[in-house]
Write a protein that binds this ligand. Structure first.
Ligand code: ATP
Ligand code: MG
Length: 255
């Protein structure tokens, strides 16, 4: 299977999710994500570390934006700020027309629940819950309950090729399988914004390819906006935009 620029293959798994309302992304002018002057200073005791030094970034709806750069360049910090998980020291972040940097904690957590699916670098699964329960929990938080939540959770696990591991606890899953459960959980409720921190890092090439296609289809067919941190150069070929970070700044000479 091949992935060419701005195209991806529609898999039958994705088709089954009713993403039939195709959005022509080339006609959309609005920014789904807009960051202005984002700075982040980490303070631990007397130590002060400037992790982001005034980032400006715009991501159009329905597109795939990559964040790349060396380890420690600030990718996870920026992604976490774009998702409202971290509050920047200064600067503004606007998501889907709302300035999240001005929202109360309560409003922001509701906004995140309703609009953002986040795939963490370290998976962040609940160890006491099995695979399907981890995904179901994300659906329940979004107000989907009972049999409907169970069925949707199983469908999401099926999409990432893990239908047969639904009852397994995270400790009994391989790193790649845990990563796929985390991806299924992030896609619960088909969020408009999908933020993924190295979603293919723990996957072999076959499963990595499947995840790339899955995220690509959600953007191309479902109109979701995807921001992905990656070191995986395969992903570059179908992204709409690639931004390189270097020491907390956007590097204009790709590294
Ligand atoms: N909580 C924290 N307290 C202090 N410094 C931090 C904290 N989190 C991150 N940093 C520092 O900020 C810088 C950027 O970290 P970040 O995790 O964003 O990098 P990254 O580009 O995602 O790296 P990697 O590719 O290794 O995941 C690093 O130098 C890191 O040590
Ligand atoms: Mg990181």
């Amino acid at each position: 299977m091949t992935i060419s620029q701005n195209r991806c293959i529609v898999t039958s798994r994705i088709d089954s999710r009713n993403h039939s309302n195709f959005i022509d992304v080339s006609k959309l002018k609005t920014s789904a994500i807009s960051a202005r002057g984002v700075e982040m200073v980490y303070q631990s005791g007397r130590q002060r570390y400037v992790a982001l030094k005034g980032i400006d970034l715009d991501v159009r709806q329905g597109t795939i934006q990559l964040l790349m750069g060396h380890s420690g360049s600030g990718k996870t910090t920026l992604l976490s700020i774009l998702a409202g998980i971290l509050t920047p020291t200064s600067g503004k972040v606007n998501l889907l027309g709302k300035e999240i940097t001005r929202m109360s904690r309560k409003k922001l957590s509701r906004f995140r629940r309703d609009n953002i699916g986040f795939i963490f670098q370290g998976f962040n699964l609940f160890g006491a819950l099995n695979a399907v329960e981890n995904v179901k929990l994300a659906l329940e938080i979004k107000g989907i309950r009972g049999k409907s939540a169970t069925n949707q959770a199983l469908e999401l696990l099926n999409m990432v090729g893990l239908a047969n591991k639904a009852k397994m606890l995270p400790r009994d899953l391989s790193g790649g399988q845990k990563q796929r459960v985390a991806i299924a959980r992030a896609l619960a409720g088909t969020p408009q914004l999908i933020m993924a921190d190295e979603p293919t890092a723990a996957l072999d090439s076959h499963n990595g390819q499947a995840v790339i296609e899955l995220l690509c289809n959600l953007a191309r067919e479902g109109g979701s906006t995807v921001v992905m941190v990656t070191h995986d150069s395969r992903i570059q070929s179908f992204a709409d935009n690639v931004t390189f970070l270097e020491d907390g700044e956007i590097s204009h000479n790709p590294i």
